[in-house]
Design a protein. Structure first.
Length: 608
């Protein structure tokens, strides 16, 4: 059967996963009356909740006798580790762009990777039915983006389609016709995308996606570059430098057929398949016949920029809400995650019962923590820190990101001010239509931790921020952190409404009446810059005098709700976030107040 391998590249929320749904439906991958979930490809629970694609996934459709393997790639830069590997499997790419927003930074991130390896893009302008659609300008912006990314002449001569994935149509012009459905897109893929280049020689395949299956063990997905592979065949895995990792038999070969993976007897060159049977081979390794000695070239991966410590939960409430609490199970889970996610780096931390996890950004790490708490884990995590590098000359380097902020003109002043406080340099400022400005900065990753929430507050929720790793640059000096101190509980027990009401003038609370607290737990933010220990268990003194005015119900101001991302951005270096399946609590690293004071004195003595 003829074959085409394509990737779909798009920014978060530009309609990529919806488009794949429609392609599957219109190609007959599932029956008219078959019940399938909306956004079939976002199978992960967190992907559905957040509306983003985290893991790359494959599917395939048959159109006019040709099998089209489609790879749905993550659009978020934090999951770029997935993107780089995926693009090595395909021969073409559909660049999906929102008809009003135009190309965004994450589009730029993935497109730059695609152009670099020579893929010829098809541009699909989606959401053409939006009121503020501006297809002509968007196509010009795409052309400018490709040119800025050093696309060659053949890549700049890209075909364009317009349509609405939600309504299920694509056409050669913005006006339609709409009655042909996705046929123009399928036909264009067959015409524009080359057949997979097949090399001669024995079986070779580059591992691109790794997953652990409870029945089959490790499953590696990749495109077969040459030869064929059969069930029960003996193969070996080579590292990127040609070292033998292991040798073993293929227990099963799975191919993507519609929305399911089906076992096949033989995988042929050019097809994207998943193989099971080897226990050590990983992503970027070459899986090949026994006689092969040279590995395939593997795409290098951008370095992790943010790291945090995962510690055993040692609070007085440890083990009351989760069933996976020991350092051994946390360590095993993190090492398992690192096996399948090459953008993560997991290592033993200096302290006891702690692991250091480094990744692309705090979103990637927050999603890992969220997955773990849903699996029943209890753990404490530290504030995210950037991964610094030291040159041989002794100069310290830190990661810098390109930050693009779309904001209403009236709020641009406060954004520029806040970004300059965070040591950011403005590189571009231009109108983006509709009374909005597009501001582009080069900012240190350190300064961006926790800025998302502040930006939304400053701009009344109207700003959109997108980030992208830019380069390592010389350390830019100290950045001012949180200015307010915190309110710390001084006893263990359940919070009382009367006590919280009396403490309201000290600052906003983060807990509600009836919540369990313990000594050293953070219960609110202090209005001043120092930490304050408070008693949230103190009830009202009872008397035998009753009056109608004194005994009215206490009315409390609603507490500040701390989400996981908000908590990670809020804490300081001497604080932790305690994460359990039911709760997210903030606490001091050292719970005992006397030990805390000793630690502060020792730190002050060291700096003198």
């Amino acid at each position: 059967m003829n074959m085409r391998n394509i990737a779909i590249i798009a920014h978060v929320d530009h309609g990529k996963t919806t488009l794949v749904d429609k392609l599957l439906g219109q190609s007959g991958a599932f029956r008219e009356n078959q019940r399938v979930a909306e956004r079939v490809m976002d199978s992960n629970e967190l992907e559905r909740e957040r509306g983003i694609t985290i893991l790359a996934k494959c599917t395939s459709v048959v159109w006019k006798g040709t099998r089209i393997n489609i790879v749905d790639t993550p659009g978020h830069a934090d999951f770029g580790g997935e993107v780089e590997r995926i693009l090595s499997m395909v021969d073409g790419a559909i660049v999906l762009v929102d008809a009003s927003e135009g190309p965004m930074p994450q589009t730029k991130f993935v497109v730059s990777k695609a152009l670099k390896i020579g893929l010829k893009p098809i541009v699909a302008v989606n959401k053409i039915d939006k009121q503020d659609a501006r297809p002509g300008e968007v196509v010009n912006e795409v052309f400018d983006l490709f040119a800025a990314l050093d696309a060659d002449d053949s890549q700049l001569d890209f075909p364009i389609l317009y349509g609405s994935a939600k309504q299920g149509w694509m056409a050669l012009s913005p006006e339609g016709p709409k009655d042909q459905g996705m046929a123009p897109l399928f036909d264009l893929v067959l015409r524009h995308v080359a057949e997979p280049a097949v090399q001669t020689g024995p079986f070779r395949m580059l591992g691109t996606i790794l997953e652990a299956n409870p029945y089959l063990g490790r499953i590696i997905t990749g495109r077969i570059h040459s030869g064929t592979v059969r069930s029960n065949q003996t193969i070996k895995a080579l590292s990127h430098d040609g070292r033998l990792i292991e040798q073993g038999r293929v227990s099963k070969i799975l191919a993507f057929r519609g929305i399911e993976r089906q076992p096949i007897d033989m995988g042929e060159a050019g097809d994207i398949v998943a193989i099971a049977g080897l226990g050590k081979g990983s992503v970027a390794d070459t899986f090949c016949a026994v006689e092969v000695t040279e590995p395939l070239h593997a795409q290098p991966i951008d370095p992790p920029t943010v790291a945090m410590s995962f510690l055993v939960n040692d609070s007085p409430l440890a083990g009351t809400e989760g069933d996976k609490v020991t350092s051994r199970v946390i360590r095993d889970r993190l090492l398992r995650e690192a096996e399948g996610n090459v953008a993560l780096r997991v290592s033993e931390a200096a302290g006891k019962d702690a692991m250091e996890v480094a990744g692309r950004g705090e979103l990637q790490l927050a999603i890992l923590i969220e997955q773990m708490r849903r699996e029943g884990f209890e753990l404490s995590v530290s504030r995210p820190k950037v991964v610094l590098k030291r040159q041989s000359s002794g100069e310290l380097l830190e990661p810098i990101e390109e930050v693009m902020i779309d904001v209403d003109e009236e709020h641009s002043g406060i954004v520029v001010q806040k970004m300059s406080e965070r040591k950011a340099e403005m590189v571009e400022m231009r109108p983006s239509g509709g009374g909005r400005l597009r501001l582009v900065f080069h900012a240190p990753t350190r300064g961006l931790i926790g800025y998302q929430g502040e930006l939304l507050t400053d701009t009344r929720g109207t700003a959109v921020m997108n980030r992208l790793f830019h380069a390592y640059a010389p350390f830019k000096g100290e950045i001012a952190g949180r200015r307010n101190g915190v309110l710390i509980a001084n006893e263990q027990g359940e919070a009382v409404a009367y006590a919280l009401w009396n403490l309201e003038d000290r600052g906003p609370m983060m807990i509600e009446p009836g919540w369990k607290v313990y000594q050293g737990m953070i219960v609110g933010e202090h209005t001043r810059d120092n930490d304050l220990e408070v008693n949230v268990l103190k009830g009202k003194k009872l008397t035998n005098i009753r009056t109608t005015s004194k005994d009215e119900a206490v009315r409390l101001t609603p507490p500040v709700r701390m989400t996981l991302e908000k908590a990670l951005a809020y804490i300081q270096d001497d604080e932790l976030v305690e994460v359990t399946p039911k709760s997210i609590r903030l606490r001091k690293l050292i719970l005992d107040p006397n030990d805390r004071k000793k630690a502060v004195r020792m730190k002050e003595a060291e700096t003198v």
